[in-house]
Design a protein around this ligand. Structure first.
Ligand SMILES: *[C@@H]1O[C@H](CO)[C@@H](O)[C@H](O)[C@H]1NC(C)=O
Ligand SMILES: *[C@@H]1O[C@H](CO)[C@@H](O)[C@H](O)[C@H]1NC(C)=O
Ligand SMILES: *[C@@H]1O[C@H](CO)[C@@H](O)[C@H](O)[C@H]1NC(C)=O
Ligand SMILES: *[C@@H]1O[C@H](CO)[C@@H](O)[C@H](O)[C@H]1NC(C)=O
Ligand SMILES: *[C@@H]1O[C@H](CO)[C@@H](O)[C@H](O)[C@H]1NC(C)=O
Ligand SMILES: *[C@@H]1O[C@H](CO)[C@@H](O)[C@H](O)[C@H]1NC(C)=O
Ligand SMILES: *[C@@H]1O[C@H](CO)[C@@H](O)[C@H](O)[C@H]1NC(C)=O
Ligand SMILES: CC(=O)N[C@H]1CO[C@H](CO)[C@@H](O)[C@@H]1O
Length: 511
């Protein structure tokens, strides 16, 4: 009933089409709106890149630590980290190896090694990030007794070293479409579920000692059905119906989501795959159903590995400002469903990484546009119990109302509004004077409190740029330090203007 906004088109004096959107903000979230309790956003780090991203005890990666600390400063607790991905499927633990990790490449210069061996020094990389950072760690899932032995060896090393920093294990990454050491002709979810249960049972019994009954496993780690394979049988519901929760050891259910792949013959584009709300929403339909089902069965649902474009991202698409604007919309859209966390994937040299952690050829380490979007989302939903409601949801525009559930007796309280104008603006092709914009109008009930409203703007010259991005007037330096004082705007006459390829957060907190 209140999930709509009135759209009024008018012809502005300069002849361009302007748009006026009257916001209708519900007094409280509709029933069925989840309450976010954790940091919501995390980072997923490719297993073979993790030593580079985190560094080690003698050489911690100061940039990564700063980038994580910045977000911790915003939300009040460390963001969660997942270490896994494809390379976690092809990792062999070697207790006697002196190097942290040894990588074996099938193709020299490839984004990822074909396999790796890792040893005790690898574990140092879990000791560099802000205190109390929690980790989900990916284990191998090779078949048979030998496979079990490998999984147990790795699990033992991580379990003993990480202690209470271990949040969960994954066993097998994307085994729906990339099974390892299985006969692909006969492989099915019906075979997968009992094999997975047997393997997590073995890890519980052989690694956890007297804590063998704890819920310590992130189930799934499937890709969104239909995104890579046309086999649509590997769903959250099917896994749950086949008994994935039956032994009481599954902690969360996880799906991976990308919006096209850079390794397909037809390359994805910024406007077609990323800054395209129709496309984004078409994928979110699955997560809406899957997350509601999973939650109804007591299993929190996460998008445990995600980013713009699969196959490590695409230059000019994943590493430009448009991806930052997109990330705000996508993250909040997922939060308005029953998705309890999302993990932005990254690896060294990956085009979609939120920051480049180490020198990669001629590419200097430093923040990337996506990180600015992550900062806005952290401001909106990090820290404390929050509820996110979609209130504007058109082909180009998004509006989210975010409520804080500080005091259960008083009910949820509107804390901020996020507005996104996804219309593509290319500053190389068009002069700034031609940048379209939308006027969002607050309801009259909010007019009197304009002084309490502060607008945090996420902006840049255009969607295609990589530099000159600001969030509330600030930039992030190459060393990860936030530069400049916070610059917020006041709301005048209840109107907030948001230009094409821009997003704003309106805070009700008075600062
Ligand atoms: C483990 O590492 C040691 C030391 O580098 C090496 O000699 C041994 O061959 C490795 N074992 C395996 C199974 O790769
Ligand atoms: C720590 O990292 C530095 C820099 O990458 C590297 O040279 C060193 O070998 C690493 N130490 C260990 C114990 O892996
Ligand atoms: C690891 O990858 C290399 C390079 O492709 C290959 O030669 C080797 O057989 C692989 N090792 C294992 C254990 O799969
Ligand atoms: C995989 O299963 C099919 C069907 O049962 C069988 O014909 C084939 O030989 C199997 N492949 C391997 C490598 O075992
Ligand atoms: C946006 O995505 C939809 C759905 O996939 C597609 O039909 C449309 O062509 C895309 N828009 C652009 C501009 O490519
Ligand atoms: C979240 O899940 C619950 C339980 O299945 C469901 O009742 C509710 O409608 C879902 N909410 C959304 C926004 O999908
Ligand atoms: C932006 O415009 C420039 C100049 O016309 C063009 O070369 C470039 O491909 C455009 N970028 C995108 C992402 O469309
Ligand atoms: C020049 C260079 O070293 N580029 C590398 C950057 O990282 C990617 C992903 O790991 C590699 O594919 C490139 O070769």
């Amino acid at each position: 009933m209140f999930l709509h906004a009135l759209l009024v088109l008018f012809l502005a004096v300069d002849g361009t089409w302007g748009e006026n959107v009257k916001l209708t903000i519900p007094n409280s979230p509709p029933p069925g709106t989840q309450i976010l309790t954790g940091p919501y956003q995390g980072y997923s780090m490719e297993l073979d890149s993790f030593p580079g991203i985190a560094g080690n005890l003698s050489n911690p990666n100061k940039l990564s630590i700063r980038m994580l600390q910045n977000l911790k400063d915003i939300i009040g607790s460390p963001v969660y980290i997942r270490v896994g991905g494809t390379t976690a499927n092809h990792a062999t633990w070697n207790e006697t190896q002196t190097e942290a990790i040894v990588r074996y490449y099938a193709t020299p210069g490839a984004d990822q090694p074909a396999n790796v061996t890792f040893g005790p020094k690898y574990l140092e990389s879990f000791k560099t990030f802000p205190k109390d950072t929690k980790y989900t760690v990916g284990l191998t899932f090779n078949s048979g007794p030998e496979g079990e032995e490998e999984t147990v060896q790795e699990a033992t090393a991580f379990y003993q070293s990480l202690g209470s920093d271990l949040y969960a294990f994954e066993v097998g990454n994307e085994f729906d479409v990339f099974p390892v050491d299985r006969n692909v002709t006969t492989w099915s979810i019906k075979q997968y579920v009992p094999e997975w249960l047997a393997r997590i049972g073995a890890v519980s019994n052989r690694v956890f000692g007297d804590k063998k009954d704890q819920r310590m496993f992130q189930a799934g780690a499937f890709v969104t059905p239909g995104s890579i394979s046309s086999d649509l049988t590997w769903t959250a519901q099917a896994a749950i119906d086949l008994g994935i929760t039956s032994t009481g050891k599954a902690k969360t259910f996880c799906t991976h989501q990308y919006f096209g792949a850079a390794c397909t013959p037809v390359k994805p584009t910024l406007t077609g795959n990323v800054m395209n709300r129709t496309y984004m929403r078409s994928w979110m339909d699955y997560h809406k159903t899957a997350s509601a089902y999973s939650v109804s069965k007591g299993l929190p649902y996460v998008i445990g590995e995600t980013n713009s474009i699969a196959c490590q991202g695409l230059a000019g698409v994943s590493d430009v400002f448009g991806a930052a604007v997109w990330s705000v919309d996508y993250a909040l859209y997922a939060a308005s469903l029953n998705v309890s966390a999302i993990y932005w994937h990254m690896g060294i040299g990956y085009r979609y990484a939120a920051w480049q952690a180490v020198q990669n050829g001629t590419t200097a380490p430093g923040p990337r546009p996506l990180y600015y979007g992550n900062m806005l989302v952290a401001t909106a939903v990090g820290g404390g119990e929050k509820q996110v409601v979609r209130m504007v949801d058109t082909d180009n525009l998004a509006g989210y109302a975010i409520y804080a559930v500080a005091n259960p007796r008083m009910g949820p309280r509107l804390e901020s509004i996020v507005l996104v104008n996804m219309e593509f603006f290319n500053s190389t092709a068009s002069p700034v004077a031609e940048r379209p914009s939308v006027d969002f109008e607050l309801p009259s009930s909010m007019g009197k409190d304009d002084d309490k409203l502060s607008v945090y703007r996420l902006t840049a010259a255009g969607a295609e740029v990589k530099e000159g991005i600001t969030y509330a007037g600030r930039t992030v330096n190459l060393d990860g330090n936030i530069i400049g004082g916070k610059v917020t705007e006041k709301v005048k006459n209840k109107i907030i203007n948001v230009r094409a390829s821009e997003a704003v957060l309106i805070s009700m907190k008075g600062h």
